[in-house]
Write a protein that binds this ligand. Structure first.
Ligand code: NAI
Length: 341
């Protein structure tokens, strides 16, 4: 069978994991080119993994006619332009979330994707490929909890990463707490509830670290969202989780409840000693979603080979961005905001 030849842009925290999956763990995929503005990153990956092409300029990688597909794991402010460039040159494109940092950028990408209907475009909402989240979706579709009407999501980053986030955020615009942290939760809410958001009220602040006030962002925040069919969404996002990386989701239906990740344990080991009974916590997204990152990349490659489209659409990216911006607006103004208005 033909192999899909992929070039990846971005070799940072997540890009390197994607690159490793594409290079070694997907049978009909070949990681043919890597690109990063940091030359040492490019050289290191080329040498260690025997990758034939390396670039420090994205445009140079796009000129490589050997490639079939481009995988984008660069910082969020580059996604919109890089997606559009790759699509216009005929490549299949996978992009990390978000589509862009502004609603206009997301809509711009949507137009570009629609203008290239014969190319595969996939957005990195990897939780939809996580085994537990997939099992929850199957239970909902089988009617196990009746009609789902409430979703409660926690998206909490470890306190140990707060200093590096503050350093990043002083120099870069991240989109703010809700757009950066809750976008996967917004996507899950739409997916599980089968409904779009109508209005939102978001609050938050700085509790442990006043520096968040200086960058005009919330350290921890909560948004309450009314969805179509009068369904309810409660989203808690934060960057100061003392025990580690805590991603938890609860879906309440008319006949029952599902919970995913209630205890964010690293493994099944329970330590019992003088400090008490302890379960260690996962420390970040790479550990918690290792399987999902591989499964989403497999799906992207399979879609190309089988000439079909992934279930996640560009509209999913647009709607989640719109909801994220509405939360940001509500947080900043203190007002109840109509989503889409
Ligand atoms: P990072 O800062 O660790 O890495 C960024 C990489 O892009 C570096 O290799 C850097 O040298 C390279 N780069 C920067 N500007 C470039 C340019 N103009 N052209 C080519 N390369 C360039 O970032 P991280 O944490 O890996 O995040 C990357 C993206 O992935 C972000 O958009 C982020 O939102 C998303 N992300 C998604 C997650 C998920 O769970 N789906 C989790 C973490 C990040």
């Amino acid at each position: 069978m033909k192999k899909v030849k992929v070039g990846i842009v971005g070799l940072g925290r997540l890009g390197r994991k994607h690159a490793e999956n594409l290079a070694f763990r997907i049978p009909h995929c070949e990681l043919t080119a890597v690109c990063s503005v940091v030359e040492e990153e490019v050289q290191e990956v080329m040498d260690e993994w025997n990758i034939p092409y390396g670039y420090t300029k994205y445009e140079d990688m796009l000129a490589n006619q050997d490639l079939d597909a481009i995988f984008i794991a660069s910082p969020s402010n580059f996604h919109c332009e890089q997606i559009k460039q790759a699509l216009s040159l005929g490549f299949h494109v996978f992009s990390e979330k978000p589509l862009g940092l502004y609603v206009e950028e997301a809509l711009d990408v949507e137009r570009a994707v629609k203008a290239h209907p014969n190319q595969v475009f996939m957005l990195g909402f990897m939780r939809r490929y996580d085994r537990s989240y997939m099992a929850a979706k199957e239970k909902i579709e089988a009617g196990v909890i009746g009609e789902p009407f409430l979703i409660r999501c926690y998206g909490l980053d470890p306190a140990s990463k707060m200093d590096s986030f503050l350093k990043f955020a002083r120099a870069n615009y991240s989109g703010g707490l809700f757009l950066d942290m809750s976008i996967h939760d917004f996507d899950l809410a739409r997916w599980y509830l089968g409904a779009e958001a109508k209005e939102v009220w978001a609050i938050g602040g700085s509790y442990a670290r006043p520096e968040f006030d200086e960058i005009e962002d919330a350290e921890t925040g909560a948004a309450m969202v009314r969805f179509e069919k009068n369904a309810i969404g409660i989203f808690v996002a934060g960057r100061n989780c003392a025990h580690g990386y805590h991603i938890e989701t609860e879906i309440i239906g008319t006949k029952g409840t599902l919970r995913i990740g209630t205890v964010p344990e690293r493994n099944q080991v329970v330590i019992m000693k003088d400090e008490g009974v302890i379960q260690e916590c996962v420390d970040g997204f790479l550990e918690r979603f290792e399987q999902a990152y591989l499964s989403e990349a497999e799906e992207f490659i399979n879609c190309i080979l089988e000439n079909r489209k992934p279930a996640i659409t560009v509209e999913d990216g647009v709607q989640s961005t719109i909801l994220g911006y509405s939360c940001k607006k509500s947080y900043e103004t203190g007002q109840l905001i109509k989503v889409n208005a």
